[in-house]
Write a new protein. Structure first.
Length: 887
RNA sequence: GCGGACGUGGCGAAACUGGUAGACGCACGAGACUUAAAAUCUUGCGCCGCAAGGCUUACGGGUUCGAGUCCCGUCGUCCGCACCA
């Protein structure tokens, strides 16, 4: 079969070569790179550094196309920067702790550790088959004892530095995973991993004090100019800074619960104080709790609020409900009294858990007041509107305007009124203290890191009945996970291990108990980028080395980590600075969030999803139809969606690499779509890519066989110059596009170059003999082609490099220098517009002045005809661009 | 509801700071080679029109010699946040 094919090819193409055999060549070049340790990075290399990093994967079992895209992009940058003379750090590791390993343990009776390390072995092999230029000598997994020991040390350092606290708090409890979730891990009221409805529980938890850095994390966002605006906005909103006033209200009469003479609220609208008509407390507010103790109706109301879920559906439809506590508070300026409600829409963990209601200027207060028949009194009216004619009965007025009905505030703008109220209340004394203080409030909460799981980094703490909470002395680290654990029941296996938790108190020596909570896995990924700089160091980092490598120059990953991982890592870097492990604040100088790989979906007649591998597609003029291979049944072609196991619209990278080769997969995921957008995987596209790579191979090998060896320097003929111009223009364009991470554009420029070289080769072979400058020019152009392709298709590039008879590895060859003279044309062809419409072209010398261009244009037939003998009203000449004649 | 991004052929897209709209790829059509198919090569391909020519960057206005690009409005899509006082 093979032989027959070759004979036929040979018949028509005397110089024909074998088809490029990706499988064979890729394995060979990967072995060559490994053998010569091309991608192992030396910390002492004096060249300028460049740290490129892709978000490390969770070892779920197999890599998917999303990984292929992510790592292909990073590899292009790494290989390009290496060729540009940088000392490149491009490491890889595994985000290896987490729930799925425990789920596997429960379902398949396999230990989380062996499950994880087996997956890592499989996925490492898959990544290696992609030919990524990674420094595998620095590889680690976060579940390696060597890694999490250092993480425990960081935790203890943070504890000493006051960056860790332990407190009781209401937590999001995932009843399926039986663990606590951070707010960020609750999506639409459900656990981000299990999808179970989250419950509220009171637990004692460990927290990292990220709120200490709220202001800094916010303001520093402005300096991250190489981050997507979108991500910065999301973080800004997440931190949620707001400036306002804490105001204390006096409780009227003697009805207040013991010790409570005032209630404090937080407001960002102190200007609307004269529009107040009630005060609302969270159901969890201490005053409400105290009152509920001897008020069964109020207690019932509080219970009802707790039962209300937190899901979006519930919240959106939930009506504002309140319970009149019977308390009254005194208005600080007017002395009027207002009712105090417990209300379901007031959150205990924002501000003070209490607010004053101003229905005229707040949507929620408006709804609440309408329901309970409370006064709705406007105190701000739009400029130029008659206050008497202004109504807020139907909707609150939320914009800026002019104060009315507000005594000393009347006539002021909203900002001025806020300031005036703040000043006045600060000087009013209530119960021995100012009635109000200015406050900046953040939506950001401290980061609860306790997880009631086995497969995570143990929190290095010991609980002693006498000494209380005692940190594990650093000399006693690591606190290693025990291997002998059972997963026959839900909950935390560490908690029911017979001996692991039993330990003597390091302080008093009496029997004590280990903390059995482990850390949120987001802790693991908050400093791995620093550990890569010195993966074998005894300390978490070698500060001088970390400082030399960091920040990561280009970080690439999915948008799904826009808040969680990236915000935690920014905090962690600050905390590591505070504890002397690094001396910078921002870990990621450049951030790029790549789009997903999507694919068509297919449905069988019975409604079940069908995978692309189980069907064939027929393409006709009329459209596309799909049929199931097993029985020929017609399959409905559905929408294009993110690849997912549930919809079966996945393509396994290994299948692609085995049939087309890694270079085809790499090239395809970089082509067509801009990298930040989704790319649709199609088999037709993959075949097209493969055809193109074969074409390049054919061009290089056939040309190499024909081009005569160089025989001395000859002056460049116009044809040789034209060829080199095409090559150097492509070179410059590819370079610029890769710098800007516009891989799809870089690829288009390479296609153009191949088209030029291909047609020149096909049509002008005789010139190799006639023109002594043509062969060398063609050879140089092919060399440039191979080098600009090398970051994307490194294996094919090496194979071509060697076919061209060049020395060494492309991977070690410096990026070719652009010859600037080849980028400029002697003549330029300018489009000529008449009244803004293109009517002709004019070719003039590159350095022709405006007058000469104008003269040439006015002599054109089309222009003469259009002007009908009259002089032009105006002629606009834009150098090197365009000419517009206004008739 | 609030905030943000985007809207260009059959499809993915390109277009430097306002200067030839549709590069490049996919799909498709025609042709060559072949007994045939695959592969390969040549060629066509925004829309209307036989042509000359006209129209065209979601839609409607505006600024400009000139607008995909800038401004205003409308419609649509996607994403993020969401009782945050």
């Amino acid at each position: 079969m093979r032989r027959q094919l070759d004979l036929r090819t040979a018949k028509r193409h005397p110089m024909a070569t074998e088809r490029y055999n990706a499988r064979e060549a890729e394995a060979r070049w990967q072995a060559a790179w490994t053998k010569t340790k091309v991608f192992e990075t030396d910390n002492d290399d004096p060249r300028p550094k460049y740290y490129v990093l892709e978000m490390f994967p969770y070892p779920s079992g197999r890599i998917h196309m999303g990984h292929v895209r992510n790592y292909s992009m990073g590899d292009v940058v790494a290989r390009f920067k290496r060729a540009k003379g940088f000392n490149v750090l491009h490491p890889m590791g595994w985000d290896a702790f987490g729930m799925p390993a425990e789920n596997a343990a429960m379902q398949n009776k396999v230990h989380p550790k062996s499950w994880t390390y087996q997956n890592i072995a499989t996925m490492r092999g898959q990544l290696q088959s992609m030919g990524l230029s990674l420094d595998w000598s620095r590889e680690f997994a976060t579940c390696d004892l060597e890694y999490y020991t250092r993480q425990q040390r960081l935790f203890l350092d943070f504890l000493e530095a006051g960056l860790v606290t332990r407190r009781q708090s209401k937590v999001n409890w995932d009843p399926v995973d039986m663990t606590v979730l951070a707010n960020e891990q609750v999506i639409d009221g459900r656990g981000w991993r299990s999808g179970a409805l989250v419950e509220q529980r009171e637990l004692t938890q460990w927290f990292l004090k990220i709120t200490d850095y709220a202001e800094d994390l916010l303001t520093a966002l402005d300096g991250l100019d190489r981050w997507p605006e979108k991500v910065r906005t999301m973080q800004k909103n997440w931190i949620g800074r707001s400036e306002g006033l804490r105001i204390r209200f006096e409780i009227a009469g003697n009805h207040a619960p013991a010790g409570q003479r005032t209630v404090e609220v937080f407001t960002t609208r102190p200007d609307t104080l004269y529009g107040m008509s009630f005060l609302a407390l969270s159901p969890d507010h201490p005053v409400v709790k105290a009152l509920a103790a001897d008020n069964p109706d109020l207690a019932a109301f509080v219970d009802e609020c707790h039962r209300m879920g937190t899901s979006v559906a519930v919240l959106e439809t939930a009506e504002k409900k309140g319970f009149d506590t019977g308390l009254k508070v005194v208005h600080p300026f007017t002395g009027e009294t207002f009712p105090v409600y417990a209300a379901n829409f007031v959150l205990m963990d924002y501000g003070t858990g209490a607010l004053f209601g101003c229905p005229a200027h707040d949507q929620r207060d408006h709804e609440f007041a309408s329901r309970y028949g409370l006064a709705i009194r406007p105190v701000v009216v739009p400029d130029g509107v008659d206050p008497a004619a202004f109504s807020v009965a139907d909707a609150p007025f939320l914009d800026d305007g002019r104060l009315v009905n507000s005594d000393f505030l009347d006539g002021l703008s909203v900002p001025d009124a806020k300031e005036a109220v703040a000043r006045r209340l600060e000087s009013v004394t209530l119960d021995g203290a100012p009635a109000a203080t200015r406050q900046v409030n953040y939506r950001l909460r401290d980061w609860g890191i306790s997880r009631q799981r086995y497969w995570g980094c143990p929190i290095p703490i010991i609980h002693c009945d006498d000494c209380g909470v005692v940190p594990v002395p650093k000399a006693d680290l690591p606190v290693a996970l025990p291997d002998d654990v059972e997963f026959d029941r839900p909950g935390n296996p560490l908690d029911r291990h017979p001996t692991w938790r039993l330990v003597d108190c390091p302080r008093c020596g009496k029997p004590a108990r280990r903390e059995t909570d482990t850390m949120d896995t987001f802790v693991d990924s908050s400093w791995y980028f620093a550990r890569f700089t010195a993966p074998d160091a005894d300390d978490p980092t070698i500060p001088a080395v970390a400082d030399a490598w960091l920040p990561v120059d280009q970080y690439i990953g999915g948008i799904e980590h826009a808040i969680l991982h990236l915000l935690y890592s920014r905090f962690f870097t600050r905390a590591m600075k505070a504890t002397g492990h690094v001396s910078l604040e921002e870990p990621f100088r450049g951030l790029f969030t790549q789009g997903m790989v999507v694919h068509e979906t297919y449905k069988a007649p019975d409604g079940s999803w069908i995978s692309p591998a189980e069907l064939r597609i027929e393409e006709t003029e009329g459209g596309r139809r799909a049929f199931r291979l097993s029985d020929g049944a017609e399959v409905t072609i559905g929408s294009v969606e993110k690849m997912s196991k549930s919809k079966k619209n996945t393509v396994d990278p290994t299948d692609i690499i085995e049939s087309y080769g890694a270079d085809t997969a790499r090239w395809f995921v970089l082509s067509d779509s801009p990298p930040e957008r989704d790319v649709e995987w199609t088999d037709a596209g993959a075949q097209g890519t493969n055809r193109f790579l074969q074409r390049v191979w054919r061009l290089v090998t056939e040309a190499a066989a024909v081009i005569p060896p160089a025989a001395g320097a000859a002056p460049r003929s116009p044809e040789a110059t034209a060829l080199l111009k095409a090559a150097h223009k492509a070179l410059a364009a590819v370079e610029e596009s890769i710098e800007g991470l516009r891989f799809n554009v870089a690829l288009a420029k390479i296609y153009e170059l191949v088209n030029v070289l291909g047609s020149t080769f096909a049509n002008d072979k005789a010139r190799f003999q006639a023109d002594p400058s043509f062969g060398p020019a063609f050879r140089e152009a092919l060399g440039i082609l191979v080098q600009v392709m090398a970051p994307m298709t490194p294996h094919l590039a090496e194979e071509c490099w060697s076919a061209l008879g060049r020395d060494g590895l492309v991977a070690l060859t410096p990026w070719p220098a652009v010859e600037p003279a080849l980028l400029v044309e002697d003549e330029v062809t300018l489009p000529v517009q008449i009244n803004g419409k293109k009517r002709a072209d004019v070719t003039v010398p590159r350095d022709a002045d405006a007058a000469a261009v104008e003269a040439a244009v006015l002599a054109l037939d089309a222009v003469v005809k259009a002007l009908e003998g009259k002089p032009p009203r105006k002629v606009i000449v834009v150098a090197q661009r365009i000419v517009n004649v206004v008739a």
